[in-house]
Ligand binder design. Sequence first.
Ligand code: PLP
Length: 417
Amino acid sequence: MAGFAEDILQAAEAAEAEIQEAVRALDRIVDLNQWKVIEAFQKHQVSDFHFAGSTGYAYNDRGREVLDLVYADVFGAEAALVRPHFASGTHTISTALFGVLRPGDELLYITGRPYDTLHKVIGKPGDGTGSLADFGIAYRETALTEEGEIDWEEVARTLTPRTKMIGIQRSRGYDWRSSFTVKQIGEMTAKVKELAPDAVVFVDNCYGEFTEEMEPAQVGVDLMAGSLIKNPGGGIAETGGYICGRRDLVELAAYRLTAPGIGGEVGAMLGTTRGLYQGLFMAPHTVGQALKGSVFAAAVFERCGFRTKPAWQEQRTDLIQAISFDGPEHLIAFVQGIQRAAAVDSHAVPEPWDMPGYEHPVIMAAGTFIQGGSLELSADAPIRAPYIGYMQGGLTYSHVKYGVLMALQSMRNRKLL
Ligand SMILES: *Cc1c(COP(=O)(O)O)cnc(C)c1O
């Protein structure tokens, strides 16, 4: 067993006692979501034969078709497109945006600067990369207010008759702000519809799935997207993404993923189908394990004097736990400690590097079964002031606890704690 300092173990024990009530509340969300998923499987009579893969064009792949129906039901949407052909969350979101937007249209993000990897999707006019801007699609954003809320006056000023799509990012991403709950997203959507009745409201739902009882598509959002190597893949899906929402918009996204006129009618699933179903089945439970781990992490880090977001007792709407450190040394010790706790690649020592798509050097701990799978315990931090580390995921609560203890011990070993 790892040698943890006595006071670190005591802080962990006290934190665990403190979070009992919060953990029970999370169990109730897990139950509701687990039952919802099972009932959707039952409604569509999911059977062994749905799990067989398909090859070639894969016309009439019933497993693929039913998977779309199950996802649509679980997320309360008219239609869904769930595919292993989405290479990442960014690819999935990009497909949704390119599916709907046309030259001359405008995309307006109302939750401030979007996730780092989307900056190059948005692009700059004339950048020659095939970005939105390169295709003549304008982009605007409104910053959040000091209180972390939507700046509605600014939104009203920024809307133009060309604003075709409104972007909302549910999760904090790499930002020290609060994430937006489904209820808040519902209120935002209603307000947007007052200001711009024809605008398509799009939600980047990454990291949000199954953290609450409802999903954005159930509160009026037109289209949303996420990654299968995050929450809804349950740690089992090996790759992919989903887009769901209004039927006409999902179809446009499908045309962009494959080709106009073809859409979701083709696409070999190869051997991925069972994993996508089983992952969805597991997802409510696994997300619950990760959330409990995050609540524990927040409680312990707070005891050790660090600022956290969300604080342990705050309501959660995504997997990300942000912790504010005093400088780069703490940040690096934290991320390296998380890596040390992994079952896979614990011998690797992460260092900051210039990762494609990110604007600052990033240090990442990822000892995962699925490369980059962030429903698995992982930690990332862009090396930039104010030195915030982000941890997320954990297929089991015990693993998260082990990782947090390792991170604290790694700071202690360097006399930072
Ligand atoms: C992870 C994430 C993305 C992008 O997903 P990748 O799989 O990293 O490309 C986009 N938005 C948010 C909020 C995310 O958390």
